[in-house]
Write a protein that binds this ligand. Structure first.
Ligand SMILES: NC(=O)c1ccc[n+]([C@@H]2O[C@H](COP(=O)([O-])OP(=O)(O)OC[C@H]3O[C@@H](n4cnc5c(N)ncnc54)[C@H](O)[C@@H]3O)[C@@H](O)[C@H]2O)c1
Length: 334
């Protein structure tokens, strides 16, 4: 049984807590560390007796094999440094950090230990994406030429979250950048992005946007276009197309049901399911299972610090490109 400590019990920390406690036969959450006492009842409800508001205390007092870092992004660097120094295996939510230098420092620190590290790009573990990736690995499509990702949120997160999240490219589009790399099986060399604000939030005051289109060029000649919005009126819009020499693989939105209603105004279908917690439910279970399995087998997790570094570099390049209205080479960032 792998003994896990979770840091941060907000939107995503709660998902990991419930998944491990309810569905993981080989792991158990033995301690939780959160920013306040607010989440104490929740931890207790899921059978966690050890509750802390400081990671140092948690590490000193409880016997833990691995940490799930689900604190706000601004705390990841400090939490990761402590976790690596105390030789705990790590599952870290995305983005690892907003600075390339900090991630490189962490990578150096990790390279000197036997700590296993995984970054939480859960979409790779969505059943649709697992099937697309398998088909690509079996060469069903021939050479992949272009990828189209549409990723629109049903509404923006609170301004408080946006202020420290790094903004649309580093917090939201980063999932799509990782997915594009994963499906293309190649590294990004050039980025062009353009972005605007269409909604009512004062995003300009914190240097953010709510709508963006990004074009990625890959080393192997392929490219990807990615459309993001924080204001989708018809629900969580998550679509994927992978186009290659022998056809196309695509995955559409997921709805609660597939019943349609027809009348004299048209044919009506249900809108896509709520938001990321509902849409990517299976992926959160699968990614944690994969992490636990890699610890049990003493193997390196599939998604490592290099993936975390590349995705942040692409996000920073996209932000720079949209601000400077020019193509940005990845080599300018990393
Ligand atoms: N993979 C995904 O789909 C996904 C989805 C949402 C968020 N995230 C990432 O997860 C992280 C957390 O996001 P969230 O939306 O859950 O945030 P949140 O604001 O909902 O929750 C953050 C939690 O961390 C706690 N916290 C704050 N300061 C802390 C500290 N110093 N030490 C320990 N705990 C502290 C807070 O009390 C809260 O419980 C971010 O990095 C975000 O980018 C990933």
């Amino acid at each position: 049984m792998i003994k896990i400590g979770i840091i941060g019990l907000g939107r995503i920390g709660q998902v990991h807590l419930k998944n491990i406690q309810l569905y993981s036969p080989h792991a158990k959450v033995v301690a939780v560390c959160s920013g306040s006492q607010k989440s104490l009842p929740l931890a207790k409800k899921f059978g966690v007796q050890n509750y802390f508001t400081s990671l140092e205390q948690m590490l000193a007092k409880v016997d833990i094999d691995a940490l799930v870092i689900a604190s706000p992004t601004g705390f990841h660097f400090d939490h990761l440094k402590l976790a690596i120094a105390s030789e705990k295996h790590i599952f870290c939510e995305k983005p690892i950090d907003l600075s390339i230098q900090n991630i490189q420092l962490l990578k150096k620190q990790l390279d000197q230990t036997s700590v296993k590290f995984m970054v939480g790009f859960n979409r790779r573990y969505d059943p649709n994406i697992l099937k697309i990736k398998k088909d690509l690995q079996e060469d069903r499509l021939g050479r992949v030429q272009s990828i189209k990702l549409i990723s629109r949120d049903p509404g923006p997160p609170p301004m408080e979250f946006i202020k420290t999240s790094g903004g649309l490219f580093l917090d939201m589009a980063i999932h799509d950048f990782d997915l594009a790399r994963h499906l293309m099986g190649s590294e990004v060399t050039e980025v062009y992005a353009t972005a605007s604000i269409f909604g009512n939030l004062p995003l300009g005051s914190v240097g953010d946007v709510d709508t963006a289109v990004t074009l990625l060029k890959f080393k192997d000649k392929g490219f990807a276009t990615i459309e993001n919005s924080r204001n989708s009126t018809f629900g969580y819009d998550q679509r994927v197309e992978v186009f290659g020499e022998q056809g196309m693989l695509s995955a559409s939105n997921k709805a609660d049901n597939t019943v349609s209603f027809s009348d004299n105004k048209g044919v009506h279908h249900p809108i896509p399911v709520g938001f990321f917690i509902e849409r990517y439910k299976e992926s959160y279970l699968n990614i944690l299972d994969s992490f636990v399995e890699s610890l049990e087998k003493n193997e390196d997790p599939e998604l490592n610090v290099w993936d975390g570094l590349q995705s942040v570099a692409i996000s920073l390049a996209a932000k720079k490109s949209s601000e400077e209205n020019r193509v940005v080479l990845l080599s300018e960032i990393i």
